[in-house]
Design a protein around this ligand. Structure first.
Ligand SMILES: C[S@@+](CC[C@H](N)C(=O)[O-])C[C@H]1O[C@@H](n2cnc3c(N)ncnc32)[C@H](O)[C@@H]1O
Ligand code: SF4
Ligand code: SF4
Length: 344
């Protein structure tokens, strides 16, 4: 039967993204705007959390199937939340159905420590929430208890993928617990590359599906400093080279990301130097994003188009991430094609 659903629900995505400073420790299905309306609380007993999680998922999917079969409105609040999300769509592939294994786990617990001061990041706002081991330690222990329990139940899919996204993993006081939990599974490591981690290097070597996602956001040391607040552009380039050495397939395993900030890093000098760095290291994938809180979203179209145009000329694939809508992506691709016509 065709019914509305999404990848996160069907593949049992587990996002640990509680806000421990305000006393919420939750398991979400996704990071969408509606995520907090359908998440479940972490219980002291992980078996109970798992039961609640599966029940919530089934409630949404069963309601969706009912509507697909008989039509009519729904007063189910969880289904209602998903209905407002652009990811909730009717697809041939639902249900994937061959098993009920977990295919994605995100470690995104807040607050988490970071030593950088990126001007766009909420970790760096004046009222930023600081990690406090005494206050947040027990909440982290509960998350680890859940991960260990789920693992012991044999419910991790063979192709499970981790996403390590909270704060900065390389300075996290619980980093060894996180590295141990991931082991040699495939993982996306979101790191600022200020420090080189042998453990991340080992994971990149043992699993060619693992990758680093590094928001470099600049081509010049001056712009890097302006954005990150630190004078270590050469150091991070060295660390990237170390990850290249450690990786099984560096071309694909190091993904440079560029968060376009109009008037800050969207000039030709920065974009040229950034693409040149990617070319020099033979990287084949870049990701382009924008400030998710930006008021005037049109202002970041030109910078994104320049990145797409320069990347494609150098056989680098650009992925425009979820903060660009479909209409923006269309405009960016048209502008990039025009730019490339002019440049050749
Ligand atoms: C919060 S950081 C944590 C991981 C790591 N410290 C890093 O910088 O990659 C995760 C990602 O969030 C992105 N990010 C932070 N603030 C953002 C914003 N205002 N808009 C869009 N993306 C943002 C960063 O580009 C980064 O790739
Ligand atoms: S439909 Fe949207 S809100 Fe609902 S689980 Fe999927 S991604 Fe999350
Ligand atoms: S390095 Fe990551 S967590 Fe730290 S301030 Fe920058 S984006 Fe935020």
């Amino acid at each position: 039967m065709k019914y509305k659903s999404c990848r996160s629900l069907e593949d049992n995505y587990m996002i640990f993204n509680g806000n421990l400073d305000v006393g919420t420790n939750v398991l979400s299905f996704c990071c969408a705007d509606e995520a907090s309306k359908i998440c479940v609380d972490l219980c002291d007993d992980p078996a109970q959390t798992l039961e609640n999680y599966i029940e919530r998922k089934n409630e949404i999917i069963n309601e969706s199937m009912r509507i697909a079969a008989t039509g009519g409105p729904s007063d189910n609040p969880y289904h209602g939340a998903c209905s407002r999300c652009s990811k909730f769509c009717e697809a041939e592939g639902w249900p994937k159905g061959e098993d009920s294994k977990i295919r994605f786990i995100c470690f995104g617990v807040n607050p988490s420590p970071c030593q950088a001061k990126c001007i766009y990041c909420s970790q760096n706002l004046e009222n930023r929430r600081k990690f406090d081991k005494e206050r947040d330690g027990a909440g982290h222990e509960l998350v680890f208890k859940h991960i260990e329990y789920f693992k012991s139940q044999g419910i991790f899919a063979q192709n499970l993928c981790w996403d390590i996204a909270s704060g900065e993993i390389t300075v996290h006081p619980f980093r060894d617990r996180i590295y141990d939990a991931v082991g040699s599974d495939s993982a996306g490591w979101l790191t600022n590359c200020f420090l080189y981690s042998e453990r991340i290097g080992d994971n990149l070597k043992s699993n060619p599906d693992s990758y680093i996602l590094f928001s470099i956001d600049a081509g010049t040391a001056k712009t890097w400093h302006k954005i990150k607040g630190t004078d270590n552009f050469l150091q991070i380039k060295d660390n990237i080279k170390k990850y290249v050495q450690a990786s099984a397939n560096p071309q694909m395993q190091i993904v440079l990301k560029y968060l376009v900030m109009p008037g800050v890093n969207d000039d030709l000098k920065n974009i040229n130097a950034f693409i040149q760095f990617a070319v020099d290291n033979n990287f084949k994938r870049i990701r382009v994003t924008r400030d998710r809180w930006a008021k005037n979203t049109n202002e970041s179209i030109r910078g994104a188009a320049l990145l797409v145009a320069y990347a494609s000329r150098n056989n680098i694939t650009t992925y425009l991430d979820e903060f660009y809508g479909l209409k923006d992506i269309e405009m960016i691709n048209i502008a990039a094609t025009e730019l490339n016509k002019k440049l050749y």
